[in-house]
Structures are given as C-alpha cells and as structure tokens.
Design a binder for this molecule. Structure first.
Ligand code: NAD
Length: 432
C-alpha cells in the first residue's frame, strides 16, 4: 500500500521504517528540514537500536522515502499516519497544535479518498474533531481511525514487530479494515473497537503503568522504615499472575515523553468532565517526590550539599535512548545547582540532548572516569549497562572513598562487598 507518515520522531520514524520493512511503500514527512536532510543521508536523527540499518536497507530497495513537502506526501497516498507530538501544555492538557496543523496541511493537499490513522496520543474525542475538520476542509472523503502506539523507546523496533496488541479504533468499519490490512504482516493480535475507546485505552494503559511504578515506590519508602527489602517484596508480589512482575522496580520514579504528560492529560480530561480523580493526583505527586529521593537521602547524610562535589551518572529518562523529555535528571540537577553543589554529569548517548534542558551551571564530562574523578558523592539516575558494569571497578581504581546514591538499585550485596564506599539505594535498608 502507498502510505505516508507525518512526523519522523520516535513514533513516526519507527512506524515508517517498520511499515516499509513489511513491504509497504512509505513516504515519511517532517517539517523539520534538518531532520529530513539527515534522513535522506540515511542517518537517524534519534538513537534507537536497530533503526538505522533497517532504514538504510529500505531506502536502498526503494520502499522508503523522506520529504518535507506535503504535496509529495499526499500524492497517490492511500493511508496517512499522524505521528506528531502532543506535548503537555502549562495547564496539564495535551497540546493539539501540531495535530491540527497536520490536518490542515493534509486536507488542502489530498486529491483522492484517504484513510487517516492517528498514532499520536490524543485525548478522548480528538479523532471525532479531526474527522470533523477533514469534513469541513477536504474536497474528498476522509475516514479517521485511532491507532494508538505502545512502543517503548530503546526497544521500539522490537516492540513494533513483537508487540502485545494493535488497537484499532474505527467508527467506519471499512477504514478500520484498511488499518487491519496494513498491519496484517506484523502478525500481532488486533483488537478492534470504537475511536473513543481506543483513545482511552492508550491513556488508561500508560496511567496504569505509572500507577504500578508510583505504588511500588511508595512501598519502597515504607520498606525503608520497616526494614523490609522492596526487591524481595516486588518479586513476591510479581509471582502472583493477577499482579504481574513488570513495572515493579522501585527507583527514582518515571520520566520520559509519555507517562508524565499522559497522566496529567488524563487527570485534566477527568476534571474537564467535572470528575475528581484523586488516585491520578496521588500518582503524579508521588512521582515528583520520588524523583528527588536521592537528594533527600544525600541531605540526610551530609546535611547541606553546598560545595559538595557531585557526579551524576545517566541523564536520559531511561537506558538505550537519547530522550531527555521529563527525565528525572532535570529536577535532580536543578536541585543540586540550587543547593550550591559542584556538579559533573555524564551519559553515554544523551549528552547533546541534555545540554538543551539541564541547568547551565554543570560540567559535561567526556567519560565516566572523568566525571567521578574528584567526586565525593555519586548519583546513578539511569541504569545504562556500561555505567553499571564499569562504575565499581572505576571507584576502586580511583581509590577515593565516595558515597554512592543508587537511584536504580543496580547492585546487590555480592558486588558491593569488596568496594570501600558508602552505598544508599531505594527501599533496601539492609544494603545501605
Ligand atoms: P517527537 O517529538 O519525537 O516527534 C514529532 C515529530 O513531528 C517531530 O520530528 C516534528 O518536527 C514533527 N512535526 C511537528 N509538527 C509537524 C507538522 N505540522 N508536519 C510534519 N511534521 C511535524 O514525538 P514522538 O515521541 O514520536 O511522539 C509522537 C506521538 O506519539 C505523541 O503523541 C506521543 O505521545 C506518542 N507516543 C510516543 C511514544 C514514545 O515513546 N515517544 C510512545 C507512544 C506514543
């Protein structure tokens, strides 16, 4: 099928590349001309394992094209994906500016009937509004289908080919059939429903995962008071199939481009209906408090952090991505700078992206060794494999006694026993 994908960010690019891999002819469009120029050279503007190889192969075999010209993307197109950002507005609602701009550009360029597929996460009722906008603005029939995305950054290609389900929300059955046909070759279970339920499935799923994280984090805090070990608690809980073992890792909370904005947007959707949603409020508040947990612990240990030399390891919101959106490293470094600490930071991949969002008064180091060289305090914020593997040998080699505050519970007793340092983690009082 001839497919266009609008937006070449984490979702759009992965969608476009994957659809070309299963044999569709795909044109990816972005208004960011620099991004498109990079893509045309076969370079991925995002860090995502496996994407560049698959992208290059499909450019070479003629299945995948890039453009910033709507006319080109709308020519001969049978289905068009909307995969632009829906960031959080200051009031917590989803900003639909980019989605609306896409609708306008597409409506004024299409010449033949089209199925429009919304991948962007949008509040319940948005696809009805998109449908109405096309009805007003386009000269040809357009049917809008909700097809929310569930990929995880860092394993996005894998998730696209081996996801748990594909949700298709369509009020027009034939348009829903088109989306089912496009996705057939992935061989993933498809669940079909109406547009509004599909939109809600996306928010309800993300908010549920955020709930699990905030819940286990609250339990981890209680473990610290009661001398229980949250890792064992989570393991014991997770063996119950009704609970499940995933998303029960205690730590310094969730971040990223989805959970923070989607929980806020869901809360605002409830409030806009006049409905209180105290559970969602608590999940968000718990997470904000949890992100500063290591600071609380360091302050409890040292009193003030003024003039302390602090090394922060891991800046991206999770390993295997360069995404810095709503990363816990933002509030943590802001607080450290505010408290007067001297801050070195290091991340294997996200350094460039970090420079746009972290406070100015910090030092970016080229290696982890350089980052921790003079540190009195080390924070682990993101559990990159290399950071976890190399840190303890480096601390030993450095020979300087440090206090390590581990926000991701990276080490167990065996690894720690012959390293001379102070160690603090989350919800494991026996180890600190
Ligand atoms: P992103 O910010 O990485 O990418 C969005 C892209 O859209 C950018 O490249 C931008 O230049 C482009 N764009 C903006 N306006 C445009 C326009 N008018 N025409 C053409 N291109 C335009 O965003 P993302 O992380 O890929 O997220 C996209 C959507 O998918 C969001 O709604 C998000 O909530 C949802 N989502 C994201 C993830 C994730 O892990 N990132 C997972 C599931 C769902």
């Amino acid at each position: 099928m001839n497919i266009s994908v609008v937006g070449t960010g984490y979702v759009g690019l992965v969608t476009g590349v994957s659809l070309s891999e299963i044999g569709h002819h795909v044109t990816c469009l972005d208004i960011d001309k620099e991004k498109v120029a990079k893509l045309l050279r076969g370079e991925s503007p995002i860090y995502e394992p496996g994407i560049e190889e698959m992208m290059r192969q499909n450019i070479e075999n003629g299945h995948l094209h890039f453009t910033s010209d709507y006319k080109e993307a709308c020519e001969k197109v049978e289905a068009l994906y909307i995969a632009v950002g829906t960031p959080e507005k200051e009031d917590g609602t989803a900003d639909l500016r980019f989605v609306e701009a896409v609708v306008q550009s597409v409506a004024s360029n299409i010449k033949a009937p089209l199925t429009v597929i919304t991948k962007s996460t949008v509040p319940v009722g948005t696809n009805d509004k998109i449908q109405a906008l096309f009805y007003e603005q386009a000269e040809v029939p357009v049917h809008v289908v909700s097809n929310p995305e569930f990929l995880r950054e860092g394993s996005a290609i894998h998730d696209t080919f081996y996801g748990d389900r594909i949700i298709i929300g369509a009020d027009n059955e034939e348009a829903g059939d088109v989306v089912a046909l496009i996705n057939k070759a992935f061989g993933i279970p498809i669940f079909r429903t109406d547009c509004r339920s599909a939109e809600m499935i996306k928010y309800a799923s993300n908010a549920f995962l955020a709930t699990k994280i905030s819940y286990i984090n609250e339990i981890s805090n209680l473990c610290e008071f009661t001398n229980a070990n949250v890792e064992d608690v989570a393991k014991g809980m997770g063996m119950d199939k009704r609970i499940g073992a995933n998303f029960l890792n205690a730590g310094i909370g969730y971040g990223g481009s989805c959970f923070p904005k989607d929980t806020s947007a869901l809360l605002r959707q409830a409030e806009n209906q006049g409905m209180a949603f105290p559970l969602m409020n608590s999940i968000i508040t718990t997470n904000a408090m949890q992100q500063l947990k290591l600071i609380d612990k360091a302050e409890a240990r040292f009193g003030s952090l003024k003039d302390k030399k602090v090394a922060v390891l891991g800046l991206a919101f999770k390993p295997n991505t360069d995404d810095m959106r709503a990363a816990p490293s933002i509030p943590v470094t802001e607080r450290l700078v505010l408290d007067g600490a001297t801050v070195n930071v290091y991340d294997p991949i996200a350094m460039d992206a970090a420079k746009n969002v972290l406070p100015k008064a910090i030092t970016y180091t080229n290696t982890m060794k350089e980052c921790i060289e003079n540190a009195e305090i080390i924070f682990i914020l993101t559990e990159w494999k290399d950071i976890v593997a190399d840190l303890l040998p480096l601390i030993k080699e450095n020979g300087k006694r440090v206090a390590l505050f581990d926000g991701r519970n990276c080490y167990g007793y065996q690894e720690l026993k012959d390293v001379d340092m102070e160690y603090y983690s989350i919800g494991r009082p026996g180890l600190t």
